[in-house]
Design a protein around this ligand. Structure first.
Ligand SMILES: [Zn+2]
Length: 349
């Protein structure tokens, strides 16, 4: 199966009432871990690469690894998504390379750090939507500003400084026509999300629920949604690591989100932790080893385990064979004739 449209994956997820994990990759082993987990759980899947990943791996390596994944697992619907595009040019180059979905994060200026105005965000996102939809490519936008910094991208802070305003979210979706919308509800990027177990004072699930009621056709996206489980932190620290105690987003909160319109759940940190813990364990217990396969294989297995667990928790497990993937050309036709419109319907309010 060729790489498929993320829009179709999310529409199917909405129909089935589940969420789809979007896992970040930088190299072959991470792609392999995700695809094996998808096969193991029979899940459709989104694999995403940030600007940092594209720079690390180089576009052509990354793209051809993704094509290999699609070739090796023809039964798995697989979308390739750009995470946090910072400008029209970045999104355009991803689309021209072969990504089937892009995120235009216009919540920040092109420096990836400074919050942008609402008008700037609408203008650049709309420009990307026009370019992408004409080619059958999905677009995720962002309204409100997430906390934390990852891969040099982010405004920093706790994530509560720029929580999404539901009125703005509706206006943004209407003006841009994005397929998916990342909202800021107190989550942040990276491992150090919360200094205590998060509750209603830090995770604004009520805002998410309010936005979904008013934008039932726009797929909501939760960023910074690693759970940062204690057992993964412990393995790292047990074998010489020095992580400070930290809390992520509890899986139950993500599942509450999924019951209220969240269709894409971004997970990166948990996989980083799993990989690092597995590598540390091998090197600590058998310091005489020097063949990279001796630690990359357990690292890959550790990541596969986390991904498979998330796929099951998000509900996408078992759904890989539910539908026939449409071609990107067919998706482009749907955008053109209006059948894929996400414009909010007054009747749905
Ligand atoms: Zn993000």
């Amino acid at each position: 199966m060729p790489l498929v449209s993320m829009r179709q994956l999310l529409d199917e997820a909405a129909k089935g009432g589940y969420g789809v994990g979007a896992f970040n990759v930088n190299d072959m082993e991470q792609i392999q871990a995700i695809m094996e987990a998808a096969k193991q759980t029979n899940s459709p899947v989104i694999i995403q690469a940030s600007r940092g990943a594209r720079a690390f791996a180089q576009d052509n390596y990354l793209y051809h690894l993704m094509l290999a994944a699609a070739e090796l697992y023809p039964e798995i619907p697989l979308a390739m998504h750009l995470d946090h595009g910072n400008s029209f040019e970045t999104c355009k180059s991803a689309i021209e390379l072969g990504f089937t979905s892009v995120m235009m994060d216009g919540s920040l200026k092109a420096d990836g750090k400074t919050p942008a105005t609402f008008e700037e965000n609408v203008a650049v996102t709309k420009q990307v939507v026009d370019f992408a939809h004409e080619r059958g490519i999905t677009v995720e936008g962002e309204i409100g500003v997430l906390g934390g910094i990852e891969d040099g991208h982010g405004a920093g802070g706790t994530g509560l400084e720029h929580v999404t305003d539901p009125d703005q979210a509706v206006e943004f979706a209407e003006k841009t026509g994005v397929d998916a919308l990342a909202i800021a509800i107190g989550t942040s990027h990276g491992a150090y999300k919360f200094s205590k177990k998060p509750d209603g004072s830090v995770l604004k699930m009520d805002i998410l629920i309010a936005i979904h009621k008013r934008l039932p056709k726009t797929h909501l996206v939760m960023h910074g949604s690693s759970s940062v489980p204690k057992d993964l932190q412990d393995i790292i620290n047990q074998y010489g690591g020095k992580l400070k105690e930290t809390w992520g987003v509890p899986v139950e909160e993500i599942q509450l989100g999924i019951r209220n319109g969240v269709r894409k759940v971004n997970v990166d940190t948990d996989n980083r932790l799993a990989i690092t813990g597995a590598i540390r364990k091998v090197l600590w217990e058998t310091p005489e080893k020097f063949d990279p396969r001796d630690y990359l294989k357990p690292a890959r297995e550790a990541m596969q385990k986390v991904v498979a667990q998330r796929m099951t928790q998000f509900g996408q497990a078992g759904h890989a064979g539910d539908y026939k993937a449409l071609s990107i050309a067919e998706i482009a036709k749907g955008y053109k004739d209006g059948s894929l419109s996400t414009k909010p319907l007054v009747a749905d309010k």
